[in-house]
Design a protein. Structure first.
Length: 196
């Protein structure tokens, strides 16, 4: 993934082979962009708390000039121990690189987000940042492709002053668009313009 995490105007590259699989439990790495190109000799290793899931998108959700990292965990459990409900976590970008300080986690059980967390939904299977409400900040469309026995859905989470917010969020399925369907896997693939 490519984005400007430290806010110096140069794009950095994040590679993810797992937060805990490797030397010093730090396989999430950022390669800084410099005036001479990508610095592959001095990667910045993740030093925060191990996260469940994989790095999915970089985008500046809170509008502070630092791209934030969205981590997708489609394996997250629903209450009662039901597997694969899904959740996402946003790790903030700073001048000192990515941090888990102030991390935000969202699922269909987050207060204010429509719906409820159900095993097998795969919330976070696809993520598309774009300015969906026209306020100049990138919001997130989050795919939930196995929702409602495979019909699928997309959750919209909007950017606020301090990051993502559940305020005004929505959960949209094929039936809401006038095309009810079964096994549609709506939300399996999402695309949108990259915004910073």
């Amino acid at each position: 993934m490519v984005g400007d995490i430290n806010g110096d105007g140069k794009d950095d590259v994040v590679t993810d082979t797992g937060f805990t699989d490797g030397p010093d439990d730090a396989r999430l790495r950022t390669y800084p962009g410099t005036a001479e190109g990508l610095d592959t000799d001095h990667p910045v290793n993740w030093t925060g708390k191990a996260q469940n899931g994989i790095a999915a998108r970089l985008t500046d959700i809170n509008g502070d000039g630092h791209d934030d990292l969205v981590v997708s965990d489609t394996d997250a459990e629903a209450p009662g121990g039901y597997n694969d409900a899904g959740a996402i976590t946003v790790l903030k970008g700073t001048k000192d690189w990515l941090t888990d300080a102030g991390a935000q986690t969202f699922s269909l059980d987050t207060e204010g987000v429509p719906g409820d967390m159900v095993g097998g939904d795969w919330f976070g299977d696809a993520i598309s940042p774009a300015d969906y409400n026209g306020d100049g900040k990138p919001d997130l469309a989050v795919g939930v492709p196995n929702r409602t026995e495979g019909a699928g859905a997309v959750a919209l989470l909007y950017a606020g002053a301090d990051g993502l917010t559940a305020e005004g969020s929505a959960l949209i399925g094929p039936g809401d668009l006038g095309s009810p369907a079964t096994d549609a896997a709506f939300g399996k693939e999402l695309s949108g313009p990259a915004t910073k």
